[in-house]
Design a protein around this ligand. Structure first.
Ligand code: PLP
Length: 375
């Protein structure tokens, strides 16, 4: 008999901890016993393991995904007033990092199928001040990196991947984190690979970029107290690295579990009120979020909430319409696809341990809503 589901929370992280409690507790205890908490053997080992996982030469652990982006921008030589091309439908930290590097976020509208940067819109936005293209692998799906790299090479631009939502995602058989010049990941707790606190990492094949990131994250010093460049403090700590070493070994299984849950949702939602997300033929989606679209989004979200189903909108206001970015002088209509999607998108519960009955329940509530609309 099927367990009756009363409510389906949007997310839940405790089940995962309990599934590996002894390993995690032991990793934490070992760090505490070692008495060494910053830049030690766990960070070094995790950097090597993460680099090997994505297939990059270098990985540099840092304090967060936002700081990874900030450091990567500085390492790429971004200077005050330079323009960085990115998308308007991203987590605001993508743009914050650009702003804190004293550069200007310049937006490119998205492809309506992938939700990611539309390569066909890039060239019209390039100016003499453009230095970097910063595509986001949104919701766990790689951006169309082939044409993006081609345009970047043609115009002499650097490419920074925002892979904060896409640990383990692939593009044409290669993992994200190896596709641009440099890539940034976040270990915020709810990401596909999440710490128990903040953390981030930068990956690159470029020795010179790696060296600059490595200096920037630690006061600009190579040898203690000898500072070759002006740096700051953005370090992954030993506790988080020890935890992430345990969790990295499970990432593929968790991503497979997310994919299986996405497939079930899409099957159950066929012919309903909502449009399910699409996996692009060029890649492997890891469903950090499972985002559907509906022309009655707000009403549907209310109905789901009344029936105990938690949902979130990622993101309700595109970056160019945020109060913080009014100075850029944008208006509604500048990026029509991103703006239309901001009104239609809804993220359904999605995490590796999400029970099958919960997915069935969410789909059932959406079907009830669909029937009510048709009456
Ligand atoms: C989470 C996220 C970030 C920021 O990462 P933090 O670790 O929270 O600083 C940046 N970009 C995207 C797309 C994200 O999802």
């Amino acid at each position: 008999m099927m367990r009756e589901i009363r409510s389906v929370p949007f997310g839940e992280v405790k089940t995962q901890y309990h599934s590996m409690k002894s390993e995690i507790d032991q990793a934490i205890a070992e760090v505490l016993e070692s008495g060494w908490f910053v830049l030690g053997k766990n960070v070094e080992a995790f950097e090597a393991e993460f680099a090997a996982y994505v297939g990059a030469r270098h990985a540099i652990g840092v304090g967060s995904g936002t700081e990874a982006l900030h450091i990567a921008l500085l390492a790429c030589g971004v200077e005050p007033g330079d323009e960085v091309l990115t998308v308007p439908n991203t987590a605001v930290p993508t743009a914050s990092a650009i702003s804190f590097a004293n550069a200007i976020p310049t937006f490119v509208d998205i492809d309506p199928r992938s939700f990611d940067m539309n390569p066909a819109e890039i060239e019209a936005r390039i100016t003499p001040r453009t230095r970097v293209i910063l595509p986001v692998h949104l919701y766990g799906q790689a951006a169309d990196m082939g044409p993006i790299m081609e345009i970047a090479r043609k115009h002499g631009l650097r490419v920074i991947e925002d892979a904060c939502q896409a640990h383990g995602a692939e593009y044409k058989g290669r993992k994200v984190g190896t596709l641009g010049d440099i890539a940034c990941f976040s270990f915020y707790p709810s990401k596909n690979l999440g710490a128990y606190g903040d953390g981030g990492i930068i990956t690159t094949d470029d020795d010179a970029l790696a060296e600059r990131c490595w200096l920037l994250r630690n006061y600009g010093q190579k040898v203690r107290y000898y500072h070759s460049i002006k740096g700051f403090n953005s370090r992954l700590d030993e506790l988080q690295a020890a935890i992430l070493r345990v969790k990295l070994r499970k990432l593929d299984a968790w991503n497979n579990a997310r994919r299986a849950r996405a497939a079930l949702y899409s099957q159950l939602l066929l012919g309903s009120e909502v449009i399910p997300p699409e996996e692009m033929p060029y890649g492997r989606h890891v469903y950090h979020l499972y985002v559907v679209r509906s022309s009655h989004r707000d009403d549907l979200q209310r109905f789901l909430a009344e029936n105990g189903v938690g949902t979130v909108i990622h993101y309700p206001i595109p970056v160019h319409m945020q109060e913080a970015y009014q100075g850029l002088g944008h208006k509604l209509g500048d990026f029509p696809i991103a703006e239309a999607y901001a009104r239609e998108i809804l993220s359904l519960p999605m995490y590796p341990e999400l029970p099958e009955e919960s997915i069935t329940r969410v789909a059932q509530v959406i079907r009830q809503y669909t029937m009510r609309k048709e009456d």
